[in-house]
Design a protein around this ligand. Structure first.
Ligand SMILES: [Zn+2]
Length: 290
């Protein structure tokens, strides 16, 4: 099965596809009203999306023009990838970001070539796994990287991989022959929450991630704030407590010292006078331990 063609959408066509993705199924008249388009424009914009297998007309009464439009989840599969310092994690999803299959590959090294090979192996493996998702071929690949990413392709810097100026999108696209989008991992998470997750109905929200570092992304007026420094841990060293512990950079009571996995483990271990792993902290908290 050859992949259904995937042409990047722009302007009003992108707006129509996103509106249906986030709020569908929607009738054409609903869509026209929500996007402030004429019925004629909407018909003209939606027809190629239906032809491309992106949108589908649901069965229903009435003429074809009045049938509600929804996203066609069966025609495309996507692979989402997260690159950490020691492994690559990949999932195959449908167009609603529902997980169909999961893979993981330890990294033998963090050179661009090592990462490209690991990602390509997982994408090929998932593409060949026809048990999940009805065998639709992989249409495109999205990669989240903890670092500065330019133009949804070029990793300007990612300290944990020791990368400067690596065009990961181009390397992967050349290797796989598929469209590839690369972005900062926290911005990607914000967009996922906006399109598919808990924040679907919110025009303004923030995403906080707590782990090896503290990540932060902001959505204002329904747009992800994606400035040059967005998503790269500017919140990580914000002061939280004037008498808190000290981070490796010497800040007293900053977010890095208090909210990272290492920070939480250190604090809990001091409080309980024994080594406490992060998973144990979560279990203790869930059990009501103050
Ligand atoms: Zn700090």
């Amino acid at each position: 099965m050859t992949p259904a063609r995937w042409a990047p959408l722009e302007g009003s066509a992108l707006a129509v596809a996103l509106e249906v993705l986030r709020h569908g199924p929607l009738s054409r008249s609903d869509l026209a009203r929500r996007l402030d388009l004429s019925r004629g424009s909407l018909t003209r914009l939606s027809r190629p999306l239906v032809d491309a297998g992106l949108l589908v007309e649901l069965e229903g009464p009435g003429t074809s023009g009045s049938r509600p439009l929804d996203v066609a989840t069966g025609r495309h599969r996507f692979v989402g990838v997260k690159v950490t310092a020691d492994a690559v994690h990949a999932v195959a999803t449908d167009l609603r970001a529902r997980t169909l299959a999961v893979r993981e590959q330890p990294l033998v090294g963090t050179s661009p070539a090592d990462v490209v090979e690991a990602v390509a192996g997982l994408v090929t493996d998932l593409d060949g796994d026809t048990t999940a998702g009805g065998g639709a071929p992989v249409t495109a690949v999205g990669v989240g990287v903890g670092g500065l990413v330019e133009g949804r392709s070029r990793v300007r810097s990612a300290r944990y991989l020791r990368w400067e100026d690596v065009d990961l999108g181009e390397l992967l696209s050349d290797r796989l022959g598929l469209p590839v989008v690369v972005d900062n991992d926290v911005l990607s998470l914000a967009r996922a929450e906006q399109w598919f997750g808990a924040a679907g109905a919110c025009d303004h929200f923030a995403v906080l991630t707590i782990g090896e570092g503290v990540g932060y992304a902001l959505v204002v007026h329904d747009r992800v704030v994606a400035g040059p420094d967005a998503g790269v841990g500017l919140l990580g060293h914000v002061p939280l407590a004037p008498t808190g512990p000290t981070c490796p950079l010497g800040h007293v009571g900053c977010a890095d010292a208090m909210l990272t996995v290492g920070g939480v483990e250190a604090r809990a271990s001091v409080a309980l006078r024994r080594p406490v792993a992060y998973a144990d902290v979560l279990a203790l908290a869930a059990a009501g331990d103050p």
